[in-house]
Design a binder for this molecule. Structure first.
Ligand SMILES: Nc1ncnc2c1ncn2[C@@H]1O[C@H](COP(=O)(O)OP(=O)(O)OP(=O)(O)O)[C@@H](O)[C@H]1O
Ligand SMILES: Nc1ncnc2c1ncn2[C@@H]1O[C@H](COP(=O)(O)OP(=O)(O)OP(=O)(O)O)[C@@H](O)[C@H]1O
Ligand SMILES: [Mg+2]
Ligand SMILES: [Mg+2]
Lengths: 254, 254
């Protein structure tokens, strides 16, 4: 079985990269072969796993038609590989819009790639441009991180409309893996209000696991490690292991 | 005198909108006529000032060539007006790339607009696409919010390279208004490390004013008000008034 999950939300700073990196690392430590694809030109997921040079990666696969096998890198962790981003990827947004099949390139690359991965996790940029649309068309499902903040709540409706439009026109099989609440701080009234609001309107979509605000999650990238290799007993590590468990159980039937 | 300042950083969630809204409100309360332009399709700045319907705004000015005067709305505050964003703006990113003068449209719109505003503040999306490039070409200077987080630090170098490229090719007069540290939490080692790092490498660019993490700043948008109309004695309000003062003094000679 192979499940492709895009981590997407056009609102910035809601925890897409933190979720992509730590969910991937948690799936890998639970013995599920996982590939993390970084299609954000900022390449935060790539550097958060310690890869700070410029590597051949997803840009070369999309634009130069390089073989995906040639660009995948092994990480320090067993069962976790990465297809890195690079600076050139910023140009891909424009280069893609001149091609005919601009929206389905990633889907066909991944289709041809007969791989051994059980999970492919795609970290997206904070936009709904060509690269993110490519990810939403290539994916089986989309995981939506939502920060426990008012402005993050506002954008959720628009994102769900965009996903509905993609489901109708471009990828009938796209499901919503779930809405993941991030940076939750139980001491703040605002955090609780946003959580209650999401539970009220999207109770069937929200993950049981809630990611709490935890400084270890934001320190880990500076050491080039996921939280579980940097601070194994932190709240952040435990939260993401629980999320991985929830995703695995949900997809047992997949 | 008129100063056009773009608030830009392709890293998401670093406080661009919070800065655009609260700096604008602070400049207005200090008796400087200010126009806030929202060119982020998420239209967070528009809703943070209480405008939650769909209005004619910057999209109509850029694509339909509507007069800017017809789209400007007065806010509850004296000396503060807004040129709102709208959902259609998401389409403008693509529509712009088909036009010849795609990068200088906003600049010529603002040039023709003989206005009475002393400050025009432009809130940008978390990307370096056509709309943000338009803002950087139309602006006299760019204010760069940087969250006190490792991942936000990473992207700063790339952003300064992009600004240099724009200064060389598209807008020789573009200055850097300053680097504004946001969401600073003095109790966190990470916050202090990031602040020290920025001071070490960019000491000539950093504002004296530092914006502290303050929940009133994130609650205010849900009431459709800037912090100074929602929680006048909060740290957030004081921080942004000090920032406005620093910007005014710096631009006295302008
Ligand atoms: N649960 C958490 N607790 C504390 N800090 C967090 C948490 N999740 C993310 N962060 C920090 O918040 C910032 C934003 O998170 P992140 O970069 O993962 O969001 P993003 O949605 O990927 O941003 P972008 O929109 O720029 O891609 C980062 O500095 C990250 O380290
Ligand atoms: N100093 C602060 N203290 C506490 N919360 C803050 C502060 N500044 C911003 N926030 C909150 O952090 C979140 C991100 O801020 P904001 O939306 O202004 O960033 P942005 O850079 O405009 O995001 P985007 O990249 O999506 O445009 C918002 O929910 C905001 O309310
Ligand atoms: Mg990210
Ligand atoms: Mg914003």
């Amino acid at each position: 079985m192979q499940k492709i999950i895009a981590i997407a939300n056009q609102k910035g700073g809601v925890g897409k990269t933190t979720t992509a990196v730590n969910l991937s690392a948690s799936l890998a430590v639970l013995e599920h072969k996982t590939l993390l694809i970084d299609i954000d030109p900022q390449s935060n997921a790539t550097s958060a796993l310690g890869f700070t040079d410029n590597y051949k990666g997803i840009y070369e696969c999309i634009i130069d038609k390089d073989k995906i096998e040639n660009c995948i890198i092994n990480t320090k962790q067993k069962h976790l590989d990465i297809l890195p981003s690079s600076l050139d990827l910023a140009g891909a947004e424009v280069e893609l819009s001149t091609l005919d099949n601009k929206e389905t390139i990633l889907k066909s690359i991944l289709k041809q790639f007969k791989s051994k991965y059980e999970y492919i996790i795609i970290d997206c940029a904070p936009s709904l441009g060509n690269l993110t649309i490519n990810a939403l068309i290539a994916a089986n499902s989309v995981l939506i991180p939502v920060q426990c903040e008012y402005l993050a709540l506002e954008g959720l409706g628009k994102l769900l409309n965009t996903i509905k439009m993609i489901q109708q026109n471009l990828n009938q099989n796209l499901e919503i893996e779930g809405i993941l609440m991030t940076m939750y701080d139980s001491r703040l009234r605002l955090s609780n209000q946003v959580l209650d609001e999401i539970k009220k309107h999207f109770n069937n979509l929200i993950f049981k696991t809630i990611i709490h605000r935890n400084v270890k999650l934001s320190e880990a990238p500076s050491f080039g490690k996921p939280a579980l290799l940097y601070a194994v007993d932190s709240t952040g590590t435990v939260n993401y292991l629980k999320l991985a468990d929830e995703v695995i159980i949900k997809n047992k039937k997949y």
